[in-house]
Design a protein. Structure first.
Length: 453
């Protein structure tokens, strides 16, 4: 992709999931090269949107890498020479290992696959040597791993470090200066309270050129978030009702769900159209029949009655209290009925963590995606839910959405690091392209303010 005749800066997405971070980066003006994701269902979603979907966000994909789900271990083992040939041609490696992959408590076992995941991530960055590294993860990454719990006494040995500290040190050892900040997605036009750690690392030579160092990047991220809000004309905080009121079902006819990945007997709302600025923005350019993942849950009567009691009797916007859970006979530890006038609580991988603000039901995948700031044209593939032992391997649609980086947060971060890259380099992307199958035909220019570009 080219913007104003200049080749776009490039990025690779590691542990990409369904592509929330990739979508935000692409909409900020970055060109995806390839992505690594080991879950088949998540990669099917990624493939549908970034390899076979809209031209403006389509990835350049090297011939040497098969278009399928891969683990980072397999890619490093089977394509070592190909990866090293990318050195100097990639501007950003985005994404990073899941927090549970950093296992360094107590004596380190070099054969622990979770430790290997972290080491492989650092190895990939070391081999490719991108100018910038970007990572989003949970806040818990900053908590010391293996820290003493109350009542356990003092453990001998050095003070435990957090995953974040270990990451910063590992990046430092391969020539990067990295720093992280806690950001709330609700401050970046995402209708959801989602507090996350964003880490940015620059090659040391580039960091030394940046006025204020890496620490200055967070101010650029915040400024881009404010500018993004003004671009779209959104309020300071978007509410759950702002995001999904057009998907309410009360008083509206239902249609049979025709999704081939769904069992028979499920329904979807008869979608009428957007009613708020956020909904119009998300639904821009989408025909009525093009929006997928609208399937509604089939709750038993007893469950509906319990949900009705929660909506009627419990405080909205916060987790149901222990006393209310006991009174209502609830076994689940965490259930949050949404407040219609506030951003939604954090969307997780479990669909029954959050209840609709006015209807006795859980959210549909599409409603969850709206609250994550996915546009309505973004298509999800795979099963809707899974359970039991399959949860360890499967990545159904609810899990894909709950694990994703909100695209609008990623877009603000992408714009900020684009500005940072411009500050520390004399020219953008003036280099021979090392991919063996770059298309000669330029793709359409990306219109940044619109999701349907």
């Amino acid at each position: 992709m080219q913007v104003n005749g200049t080749p776009s800066p490039t990025f690779i997405d590691l542990f990409s999931g369904c592509g929330g971070l990739s979508l935000g980066m692409a909409l900020a003006g970055w060109q995806g090269v390839f992505a690594i994701e080991k879950a088949d269902d998540a990669f099917k979603t990624f493939e549908a949107n970034f390899l076979n979907g809209r031209t403006s966000i389509r990835f350049d994909w090297p011939k040497w890498l098969e278009r399928r789900a891969h683990s980072i271990e397999d890619v490093l083992r089977n394509h070592e020479a190909d990866i090293r040939r990318l050195r100097g041609s990639i501007d950003v490696v985005a994404g990073g290992p899941p927090c549970q992959g950093f296992s360094f408590a107590g004596r380190r076992n070099k054969n622990d696959p979770r430790n290997r995941l972290f080491e492989q991530y650092v190895q990939f960055v070391s081999d490719v040597q991108p100018k910038i590294v970007v990572l989003e993860n949970v806040n818990g990454m900053q908590i010391a791993h293996g820290a003493t719990k109350r009542g356990q006494g003092i453990r001998p040995g050095p003070k435990p470090k957090s995953y974040y500290q270990k990451l910063v040190e590992a990046l430092d050892s391969i020539g990067y200066v990295a720093e992280g900040w806690i950001v709330n997605a609700a401050d970046y036009s995402v209708p959801q309270q989602r507090s996350r750690l964003v880490v940015v690392g620059l090659q040391r030579t580039l960091a030394n050129r940046l006025d204020g160092g890496v620490s200055s990047v967070i101010e650029s991220i915040r400024a881009c978030g404010l500018r993004q809000r003004d671009e779209f004309g959104f309020p300071e905080k978007l509410s759950a009702q702002d995001a999904i009121s057009d998907l309410e079902i009360r008083g509206r006819p239902l249609l049979e769900c025709a999704d081939p990945c769904s069992r028979k007997g499920f329904s979807i709302p008869n979608y009428i159209g957007p009613t708020t600025r956020y909904q119009r923005w998300a639904n821009q350019g989408v025909t009525k029949d093009a929006m997928d993942s609208l399937r509604l849950a089939r709750h038993r009567d007893l469950v509906v009655e319990k949900f009705e009691a929660i909506l009627r009797e419990c405080r909205k916007g916060v987790s149901v209290s222990d006393a209310d859970r006991e009174r209502l006979g609830m076994l689940k530890h965490r259930t949050v009925p949404m407040s219609p006038s506030k951003p939604a609580p954090t969307i997780t991988t479990l669909p029954d963590d959050v209840l609709h603000y006015s209807e006795p039901r859980i959210l549909s995948v599409r409603e969850s995606a709206r609250l994550q700031s996915f546009p309505d044209w973004f298509r999800f593939h795979g099963k809707y839910t899974t359970g039991g032992e399959r949860r360890k391997k499967d990545c159904p649609r609810y899990t894909q959405v709950g694990n994703a980086v909100p695209p609008l947060l990623a877009r603000a971060v992408g714009q900020a690091i684009l500005q940072t890259l411009a500050k520390v380099t004399t020219e953008l992307d003036v280099r021979p392209n090392t991919l063996s199958n770059v298309r000669s035909k330029d793709r359409a220019k990306t219109t940044l303010p619109a999701f349907c570009a």
